[in-house]
Design a protein around this ligand. Structure first.
Ligand SMILES: *[C@@H]1O[C@H](CO)[C@@H](O)[C@H](O)[C@H]1NC(C)=O
Ligand SMILES: *[C@@H]1O[C@H](CO)[C@@H](O)[C@H](O)[C@H]1NC(C)=O
Ligand SMILES: *[C@@H]1O[C@H](CO)[C@@H](O)[C@H](O)[C@H]1NC(C)=O
Ligand SMILES: *[C@@H]1O[C@H](CO)[C@@H](O)[C@H](O)[C@H]1NC(C)=O
Ligand SMILES: *[C@@H]1O[C@H](CO)[C@@H](O)[C@H](O)[C@H]1NC(C)=O
Ligand SMILES: *[C@@H]1O[C@H](CO)[C@@H](O)[C@H](O)[C@H]1NC(C)=O
Length: 552
């Protein structure tokens, strides 16, 4: 009864924003974020729990559902989570980064409200404040297709979320102290699958159970902090069906390289001897390989998993080839935020090219990471609020970062809030050029993009003739191999302030991120929702009167 009342009230309060909201179901969640103690690698350590769970609970939603999620922050520090890959159309207010929202103060709560509009697929959420991701509070977020929309494969027997990630036994506070003192967080100590690491002593409980003969969907996401991981299942191949919100051409793989922040959905059929099998996630491109494993059990199966684990591929050329095998299924129907822009992306004229070059160096003897010579620092007032209240000139400057990047030495670094002004509806080509010896992974909030090329060496305009302008996968993260570049294409049609970040926590924390400001110059509700009534305010806008709301 009270639940229904709430639905009606919310419907009224958002009804002025968009009528669409009202027709779609609301899902309500309450999260209690607390510290706890667990021993995922055998050593007791502080972790961050959501409703007592590590990893946090799965969010199970369907295209266009409205999510109302009340977060009670019972940590001793301000806290926010972001919804990696959820586009937040017109709604960067709920994006959960320090450039768009004031963090939730300890001992208080904030209710996120957003719609998973026109999306399907596999996503994750994770904290963006401090080094909290190194403590937990991450989890899976799935958006199911609506019943009326055909999915290009038979309904699986069940749908399992597999969160793989490297892990440190140091707490998030210890790691933060290391980085704040100018040092690196060094190497992780292990790899976890859904927060656990099987010991292989015959006493491990299975993570998943399969009925013989049946086909299951596994959604594999890399929620880790530093390393790409190779994922594989003993004796079983995997049919790739979806990647970061797009149905793919259904190729079969023995293993998949899953870079930080990425999600893949695969189908696995239980057609082998009924017994236990290991699923394995091991670090890629590292001198010493860390391996995490977990058990998949056949129902009524007999016998333990064989101790020999399937081998991982070696070197990154293999990974590049695998990336090139990923293709978008052009004939599969699915919800898409921007159908006009998406089917014929190869035919749209590029209005702007932005080249981004990453670097690592020291400022006053302390480690910092930068993009085009700028190392981002968060402002006390979220950039989005500064812009909305028209006090941006007191908080940040647009376009300190130059494109093309300056030719000066990579070690000349400027530390400021890093914000790029992008004109609404521009069709932009972004080149990520990686001169470093390590692999980079980038994520863009608010959008999906076409990941059209990735090659060794440096980018030149002539390389455009190598782009996949037909069936590149529309996705939300891109990896850039060592001493290589990657190109993405997208239409900036979602007004707001959007975070572009390294998916490596250490790099992001030490400045390798920026924001794109896609300005709602007309201050029109057609482009962007108003600041929510319950929005937290902080910094210089804390006691300022609210600006005149946007109008039609
Ligand atoms: C959250 O969990 C803590 C610790 O278990 C408990 O003390 C507190 O009452 C809980 N708060 C809510 C809102 O459930
Ligand atoms: C997720 O939601 C779908 C659609 O409402 C439902 O069919 C399915 O059983 C749910 N799955 C879980 C694990 O709750
Ligand atoms: C905090 O939770 C209460 C319900 O317990 C809710 O009424 C209130 O709106 C929430 N605060 C925010 C800022 O969302
Ligand atoms: C693409 O989707 C279509 C339509 O659902 C399906 O029939 C086809 O098998 C898929 N193609 C591939 C190569 O996966
Ligand atoms: C794209 O650019 C080409 C060459 O400059 C021009 O001929 C064409 O009209 C442009 N197309 C659009 C849709 O603007
Ligand atoms: C951002 O770009 C638009 C379009 O070029 C321009 O009108 C606007 O003045 C720019 N805003 C700032 C703050 O530079």
């Amino acid at each position: 009864m009270s639940g229904m009342m709430l639905t009606l009230l919310l419907c009224l309060s958002v009804g002025t924003i968009s009528v669409v909201h009202c027709g779609n179901p609301y899902l309500f969640f309450t999260w209690n974020v607390t510290y706890g103690t667990l021993s995922p690698l055998g050593v007791p350590q502080q972790v961050i729990l959501i409703n007592g769970q590590f990893p946090g609970p799965n969010i199970n939603s369907t295209t266009n559902n409205n999510i109302v999620l009340n977060v009670f922050n019972n940590l001793d520090e301000p806290f926010l989570v972001t919804w990696n890959g959820i586009q937040q159309r017109k709604n960067s207010w709920q994006d959960g980064t320090l450039g768009t929202m004031c963090p939730i103060p300890p001992g208080t709560n904030y209710t996120y409200q957003f719609q998973v509009k026109d999306q399907i697929g596999s996503y994750m959420y994770y904290p963006t404040t401090a080094m909290h991701k190194a403590g937990g509070a991450f989890g899976g977020l799935r958006v199911n297709s609506r019943l009326l929309i055909p999915v290009p494969y038979a309904d699986p027997e069940d749908d399992y979320t597999v969160l793989i990630g490297d892990w440190y036994t140091k707490s998030h506070t210890q790691l933060k102290k290391l980085l704040d003192s100018g040092r690196s967080m060094a190497r992780p100590e292990g790899v976890l699958i859904n927060g656990k690491s099987s010991k292989g002593d015959g006493k491990d409980e299975p993570l998943f159970v399969m009925k013989p003969g049946k086909t299951y969907k596994y959604r594999i996401c890399n929620v880790g902090l530093k390393n790409s991981l190779n994922f594989r299942i003993q004796g079983h191949s995997m049919t790739l069906v979806e990647m970061e919100g797009s149905h793919t051409v259904q190729n079969t793989y023995d293993s998949l390289d899953v870079h930080l922040g990425q999600c893949f959905s695969v189908l696995v059929t239980a057609d082998k001897d009924p017994k236990d099998y290991y699923m394995v996630a091991s670090t890629r491109f590292t001198k010493s390989v860390l391996t995490g494993k977990g058990i998949i059990r056949y129902e009524n199966g007999k016998g333990p998993a064989a101790p020999e684990l399937p081998k991982a591929p070696v070197g990154w050329a293999w990974s590049l080839n695998q990336f090139r095998s990923f293709r978008w299924n052009l004939t599969a129907s699915a919800a898409r935020p921007n159908p006009q822009g998406s089917y014929h992306y190869g035919k749209i004229n590029i209005t702007r090219t932005i080249k981004l070059v990453n670097s690592a160096s020291k400022v006053d003897g302390k480690l910092r990471y930068a993009i085009n010579g700028i190392s981002h620092v968060d402002a006390e007032t979220p950039l989005k609020l500064a812009d909305y209240y028209k006090v941006d000139d007191k908080v940040f400057k647009f376009d300190t970062m130059k494109d093309p990047p300056p030719a000066t030495a990579a070690d000349k670094i400027t530390m400021v809030p890093n914000v790029v002004n992008i004109t609404m509806k521009d069709f932009v080509e972004i080149i990520f050029e990686n001169p470093e010896k390590s692999l980079q992974t980038w994520h863009l909030d608010g959008y999906s993009f076409f990941s059209v090329a990735s090659e060794p060496g440096t980018w030149t305009p002539e390389k455009r003739s190598n782009y996949n302008l037909l069936d590149a996968v529309s996705r939300y993260t891109v990896q850039v191999f060592p001493k290589s570049w990657a190109a993405i294409l997208l239409t900036f049609d979602n007004a707001g302030m959007w975070n572009v970040r390294s998916e490596q926590l250490e790099r992001r924390y030490l400045g390798q991120q920026f924001y794109v400001g896609v300005e709602n110059i007309a201050r029109s509700l057609r482009n962007e929702y108003n600041m929510p009534d319950n929005a937290l305010v902080c910094g210089i806008v804390k006691d300022m009167p609210k600006p005149t709301p946007y109008s039609m």
